[in-house]
Ligand binder design. Structure first.
Ligand code: G4P
Length: 527
């Protein structure tokens, strides 16, 4: 493909993640989007897959037919001339460092919030990573079909807890049974909730200059309508201004309300989102070389490695975000870390099976590389003569820690080898105690320990034993301030794999106690 046609393809790409606290409605809204894009035909399919109610074979058939892979972590579909990649950020027990790292591979994020609950802990964590990257964040307050919290309250909490300005794109006219519709501030109209209950059956009503519904409509006699008008006016006068630049920089979040389950306000949201969500942009690499997405040379980085938990298969898939050029199966590339030439033969794209689409994987798209131990998290691969090496992916502060030992002390060698490789790959973080050289592994989610145990056993033939050590907080210190006497049972002193010292604190209280005792020692977290 020529540079121009690559550039035309890139312009169509919109790559984003949906972040939320478990149960806020991420799966439901994803499914509605897939329905709009024609990628699935029936509501309940993704959900059924998630809960295992759907026969796998049926599911695989759907995947094959539609060329999407909902079971995997990337969902791709076409909608209104755009090619959309949604990257999954698993919650619940599947939460891991990979969840955070996925956010390094997207150009925007959609934050789904349960409007009866407000901002919850997991949303907050994922939001922070998006914020650090400075990508646009779009908020969808979900479950409007239920009685929720006061919308003004919700938006205020969003701004306060997350420290971001909000701009209401639309405003709910009631909720639950009293949901009249959405007052669409951005498009100057009212979207009627249940148009069939009114004589004229219109689902969209225009507004006059005062912001009132034009002409007659029964909604105008409802007390809720008056209240919404008042609130909308208040927002216009006292709220933040709409500012596209601030949205693009992730400093202002456009806020939408709706109900994913009853499919109210979702299309409105998706249309507005696609109007603003950015296409893939240029990226600077470690050597400050700026890589344009339309550059004919291929480049990309590995942001996630998914282990195959099936004992019959040892392989794993490395997920690569394309940053430039065009992917072709079998292409020659270089693995930057080792300056090693390789062929991308064993790869998969998350798109339709037909040749035409496969040849069009460009910047913004994700490909899966079958891997038997070649790749590490953060690896760059590129084609062409000029070397590219994207910046290292950040490390995230673990929150759960285990002491790890080989079950069989005679098998120290495979234990060390396995642990070292899995740590290098980015599956888990490893620490050693100063006293006794014990091994401690750290993770952001329980799943990482399960993957570690499984892979140690199946790939390195090493059974391991893990014991929780009761620490919850990791904080790094300046090596010059290190004094082994500072270590106690409540703040275990360890070093990371780069030999940097850190403390593992039992809880906030233990950390405060430490800071009071050693006020000069600065405690630093990763992200
Ligand atoms: P998640 O992926 O963020 O974890 O959430 P998911 O979409 O699975 O939704 C969690 C629960 O919330 C589901 O109910 C789902 O049906 C419900 N839900 C999602 N969006 C809405 C909405 O707009 N309104 C209402 N009222 N409910 C919504 P569940 O009981 O856990 O599952 P199910 O048995 O109903 O499928």
């Amino acid at each position: 493909m020529s540079q121009t046609s690559i550039s035309q393809e890139v312009d169509k790409r919109r790559t984003f993640a949906i972040i939320s606290h478990p149960d806020a409605g991420k799966t439901t809204i994803t499914e509605q989007m897939l329905l709009f894009g024609g990628a699935i035909r029936q509501a309940g399919t993704v959900k059924a897959k998630k809960t295992g109610k759907f026969a796998t074979s049926d599911w695989m058939e759907i995947e094959k037919q539609r060329g999407i892979s909902v079971t995997s972590s990337v969902m791709q579909f076409d909608y209104q001339g755009k090619r959309i990649n949604i990257l999954d950020t698993p919650g619940h027990e599947d939460f891991s460092e990979d969840t955070y790292r996925t956010l390094m591979a997207v150009d925007a994020a959609v934050m789904v919030v349960d409007s009866s609950k407000g901002i919850e802990s997991q949303t907050e964590k994922l939001f922070k990573v998006c914020r650090m990257r400075g990508i646009p964040i779009f908020t969808f307050f979900n479950k409007l079909d239920r009685d929720g919290r006061d919308p003004l309250d919700l938006v205020e909490e969003l701004e306060e807890v997350l420290g971001i300005d909000a701009y209401a794109m639309n405003w709910p006219m009631g909720s639950g049974r009293n949901l009249l519709g959405l007052y669409d501030i951005y498009n100057n109209r009212v979207q009627v909730h249940d148009p069939d209950q009114y004589e004229d059956g219109r689902d969209s009503l225009d507004l006059d200059e005062e912001g009132e519904i034009l002409g007659d409509h029964p909604i105008k006699t409802d007390a809720q309508y008056g209240q919404t008008l008042e609130e909308a006016l208040l927002l216009k006068e006292a709220g933040n201004d709409f500012d596209r630049e601030k949205i693009m920089a992730g400093d202002l979040t456009p806020v939408f309300f709706g109900s994913a389950l009853t499919n109210f306000g979702v299309q409105n949201f998706l249309d507005a989102f696609l109007e603003f969500a950015p296409k893939p942009s240029a990226q600077a690499d470690k050597n400050r070389r700026v890589i344009q997405p339309s550059d004919p040379n291929f480049s990309g980085f590995v942001f996630k490695i998914q282990a195959n938990m099936d004992p019959r298969h040892r392989d794993r898939i490395a997920f690569l975000r394309i940053c430039s050029g065009q992917f072709e199966r079998g292409m020659d590339v270089t693995l930057a870390r080792e300056d090693k030439a390789m062929k991308l033969t064993n790869s998969t794209s998350f798109m339709a099976e037909d040749r035409e689409t496969v040849t069009k994987a460009v910047a913004g798209d994700i490909i899966g590389l079958y891997d038997t131990g070649t790749f590490q998290i953060g690896d760059t691969i590129y084609s062409g003569k000029e070397g590219v090496e994207f910046k290292d992916l950040p490390q995230f502060t673990p929150e759960i820690f285990m002491k790890v030992d080989p079950k069989n002390v005679m098998k120290q060698k495979s234990f060390h080898k396995g642990l070292e490789q899995l740590v290098q790959e980015g599956a888990i973080q490893l620490y050693k105690t100063y006293l006794g050289n014990d091994y401690i592994v750290g993770a952001v989610g329980q799943l990482q320990f399960e993957v570690l145990e499984h892979r140690m056993k199946h790939e390195y033939n090493s059974d391991i034993e893990m014991q929780p050590i009761g620490s919850r907080i990791a904080r790094w210190i300046d090596p010059d301030q290190l004094d082994e006497k500072m270590s106690s049972s409540r703040n275990m002193l360890v070093k990371d794999r780069f030999d940097h010292p850190l403390f593992l604190f039992e809880n906030e209280f233990a950390m405060r106690w430490f800071s009071d005792k050693y006020p000069d020692v600065e405690l630093r977290s990763l992200l």
